[in-house]
Ligand binder design. Structure first.
Ligand SMILES: CC(C)(COP(=O)(O)OP(=O)(O)OC[C@H]1O[C@@H](n2cnc3c(N)ncnc32)[C@H](O)[C@@H]1OP(=O)(O)O)[C@@H](O)C(=O)NCCC(=O)NCCSC(=O)c1cc(O)c2ccccc2c1O
Length: 266
């Protein structure tokens, strides 16, 4: 596959996937998601690979979610294929791929992890963050939400109250705050982030691959029911994106003006 939106390299048993759209803080569009799925499947298929690192290009951002500039007036992200589930992005498929690949996925969060970008690190098996990284959800500010793994699984990690706070207030949290709420495994100086992620991947490579695979399946089994919620969520999101309320969120972000949701409170 010709890669335009990500970088993909494999070295000494570790696959590194880098979201590479730094001009838009590594926001994803339909093509980005397709390439991410392709890369995860390649790493899955390659028996030499024992761990995957997911990171972002540049110093500013890991990923800031859906590219609002790609969102059309019709609501979705422009891709009309069935796999896009009506929202124009195969996000649900990507989430499932990250969960199902039988090898640990380490998020190396190098900057902003916001919105759908935050959900990506939540779903990864482990998160190592640069001390400069910032985390948060933003969907309700821009007329979007992730009512699947991004909320239900998040609540399993940080607890119901904190997950509700994260989604209802849409504030940003430092790497250290996220470590305290067990949303991040480890915080390291920004300049040693990639090295730290590699070190953990190498430690995983020393372990029995079958034991690691079965442990990942076992951890996943307990939260597998969220997939059904995720499907329902994406279906409802496709309909929500067509509404004036959701459009107002996107338009306000694009026009760099305060959002006006009051008239939709009924
Ligand atoms: C991330 C920020 C807080 C950074 O703020 P800062 O002030 O440091 O930088 P700028 O705001 O000037 O941004 C720099 C540059 O990047 C562009 N940019 C940033 N975010 C996006 C984006 N999401 N899409 C497109 N472009 C973006 C920004 O416009 C600037 O470029 P200029 O050329 O204009 O100078 C701040 O940027 C911020 O809050 N960004 C928005 C974050 C956001 O709302 N993300 C989308 C939320 S919705 C979502 O992610 C989402 C999640 C899902 O799980 C989904 C699932 C299924 C379908 C859809 C989903 C979905 O959409």
């Amino acid at each position: 596959m010709e890669l335009t939106d990500i970088l993909y390299e494999k070295e000494n048993g570790i696959a590194t996937i880098t979201m590479n759209r730094p001009k838009v803080y590594n926001a994803f569009r339909a093509q980005t998601i397709k390439e991410l799925i392709w890369a995860f499947r390649d790493a899955w298929d390659d028996n030499r690979i024992g761990a995957v690192i997911l990171t972002g290009a540049g110093e500013k951002a890991f990923c800031v979610g859906g590219d609002q500039k790609e969102k059309g007036d019709e609501g979705g992200y422009g891709y009309n294929g069935g796999l896009g589930g009506g929202i124009g992005l195969e996000v649900e498929n990507l989430h499932q791929t990250i969960r199902n690949i039988p090898k640990p996925v380490i998020a190396a969060v190098n900057g902003f992890a916001i919105g759908g970008g935050h959900v990506l690190h939540v779903i990864c098996d482990l998160t190592i963050a640069a001390d400069t990284a910032k985390f948060g959800q933003s969907g309700p500010k821009v007329g979007s939400y992730d009512a699947g793994f991004g909320s239900a699984y998040l609540a399993r990690i940080v607890g119901e109250k904190k997950a509700r706070e994260i989604w209802y207030l849409c504030e940003q949290y430092t790497a250290e705050e996220c470590r305290e709420m067990k949303l991040v495994n480890k915080v390291v100086p920004a300049e040693s982030l990639q090295e730290a992620a590699k070190e953990w991947a190498e430690k995983i490579l020393e372990k029995s691959p079958t034991a690691i695979k079965m442990l990942k399946y076992s951890f996943n089994a307990d939260s597998a029911n969220i997939q059904g919620i995720s499907q329902l969520s994406m279906g409802s999101l496709a309909m929500f994106y067509d509404t004036e309320e959701s459009q107002e969120g996107k338009n306000a972000f694009m026009e760099k003006r305060p959002v006006e949701f009051n008239k939709f409170r009924r």
